[in-house]
Design a protein around this ligand. Sequence first.
Ligand code: C2E
Ligand code: MG
Ligand code: MG
Length: 745
Amino acid sequence: MSSDAHGSALDRIPQQAVNPGREQGVWLTRYLKHRFGRGESESSAAGAPASRHQTLVDQIRDYAIFMLDPDGRVATWNAGAERIKGYTAEEIIGSSYATFFSPDARREGRPDDILRRAVDHGVVRDVGIRVRKDGSEFYAEATITALRDGRGLLQGFAKVTRDVTDKVAQERALVAAQQRFARSFEKAPIGMALCDFQGRITEANEALGVLLGRSCEELGGLSLSDLDHPADAGPAERVRRRLLEAKGDVSFETRLLHATGRTVWAQVAAAMLHEDDGSVEQLLVQVLDISEQRRVKDLLAHQAVHDPLTGLPNRLLMLDRIEHAFGRCKRQPDCIAALLFIDLDRFKPINDTLGHDAGDQVLLTVARRLATCVRPGDTVARLGGDEFTILCEGLDDSTVAEMIAARAREGIEQPMVVAGRTVYVGASVGIALCCNPPDSPASLLADADAAMYEAKARGHGGVVTYSREMRSQATSRIELETRLREGIERDEFVVVYQPQFDLNTGLAVGVEALLRWRQDPNGELVAPGSFIPLAEETGLIIPIGRRVLERACGDLAGWCADHPDMPPLRMSVNLSAAQFLDEELAVMVDQIISSAGVDPTLLELEVTESVLMRDAGATLNTLLALKGRGVRLAIDDFGTGYSSLAYLQRFPVDILKIDRAFVEGLGRRTGSGALIGAMVSMGQALGMTVVAEGIETAGELQELKDLGCDVGQGFHLGRPQPLDSLSQVLGAAAPSGAGSAKTAP
Ligand code: C2E
Ligand code: MG
Ligand code: MG
């Protein structure tokens, strides 16, 4: 609320004008002219009749114009005063002008105070709350002029008042808005700066300071371009240009430089703040730190095309690289690109028996070794599981691809130490050349895969280059799955039995049920090695395994019924790991045993070491459930996994079947005998019956007997065949004298 003196101007008001008598119209006209700068010229106004001026003043409706006597009583009153204050002239003339103030203001002596100031300064401007006749309040802007006669004696006051309630409300709203903006600006959680159009920062908030590692004052002296990341071409300039082009607000992601030199990824939004005339007053720049989002986004983008374990490119990225290689082959027809498809050999037993952490270690080691045997431009990728690929570009001829494959294999075959053990893995490699690009990157991958399968089929550790015939073999895997399903429906699976002999007495003690597939009614029986892996992969082993168990139990029941005089026959049935994961296994075994009506103690179920290593807790429960039904349990192919007898001890296992590979070495490999001897004595010490598999010669048989092995099985003693044709063998001792009573041939 300001007040200002206009003493000099008022001094020029003629004497009669300050006389509030008859002449009031004249002086008011002059006063108004002086105060508001409108109306007639002084000369013409001076000659105008007083009634005209009176009428003029009376008719002004936007201003309350009235006079007070020296004591502050209302002396004159115009239409504007009546409109603004609500009193008629009759009602108010003679009353104190304090009537227009609130009781509080009156108590504080405000009306007198204003008049006193007018007396002191000549003219006083006052803005404050006044009260209308109806009691309502309004904001008034008043100019009070002290009127003096020629000798300087106070004659009264002239008062011109305007209702400025709306204006005050607007001003207050503006101030409040400015305060709100200032508070939001200062306390905003995102960085904010006000800049001139040249990008010079005029004000910056605390958050921007924190974001860039500088104080607000420091930022105040900088330009937007000082915050640019050196690697980028002037984001600050971009703000300016984009604003000009967009003619509105802009928003974009950019890199800024932290005071420490680190990169800050930011979402920058800039808006032009306009003056009323449309010119750009300043820029409001908002900066949000998105470094974390950016890191996550980059990470996700990286993860989408990389293998999380090894960090190598994944299949998606590899397919993209192959696509590029195709382009290069087209541009440079002399250049050859080769895709090597690598599948590890002997990886599964490590993963199954030493655990997934050990498996991961092997994969990491392989990834590192592969990375060292390629040239800088080549791409090594992991497709998943134990499958890796290498894309080699710019080769002069295809033999280079074979050399790289050989190098990769050599690298992989070096011993590795994982989980405190030395393990050995190998690799089978398929090569597909892209000198004559096939239809798509995926088909090149399929070709290399087919070549790898061929390498596997020819024996572990080979390298094979793709040829057209291999594609049909690859397709045949899909066909094989279809055929397996048809085989189950058509009941094409049969079971043959291989006899087992007590090596002490030479008497047959049992048979192992072995699965065969009669694909063609007159054709040969197909051995399980060619279809069990796929059946396990596809889960078809579950219905097939059930069929085997039903058949074996049915045949055992029939045998027992047909040969009541013969000693009871033990029946061994193989279970695959997939069947073992089936929670219903024990229930299924129960059902089959009871519906066949066989003595459960005659049934033996064979599992491999890997089953026991997988999930010890769950496995133990299933084994105990089976044991609870009287079934005996055997560990098959012992020695091929990475388990130890000390580990197996915790499972309720009755029989230990030493893998054929150890028996094969007897008499040929030094130490084989000692190894089997150790297995036999340890197995027996743990209360297990020890069975040797794959006895092919009399020499092997003899040695096993000498080593104290309990039971033997092998082509030398009896080949797998239908149960009926075994009646002679089962009723007698082993043909080549398995028992100690017999002499070796
Ligand atoms: P396994 O359980 O170790 O069975 C012994 C395998 O060795 C059989 O091969 C048998 O024919 C073969 N064999 C026996 N004596 C000799 C010998 O003196 N020399 C040689 N070289 N081999 C001998 P088969 O029948 O081809 O079965 C291979 C594997 O397939 C089995 O090994 C077993 O792991 C699996 N298998 C067989 N039948 C079934 C089944 O019904 N279910 C499941 N899950 N797996 C089965
Ligand atoms: Mg077996
Ligand atoms: Mg076996």
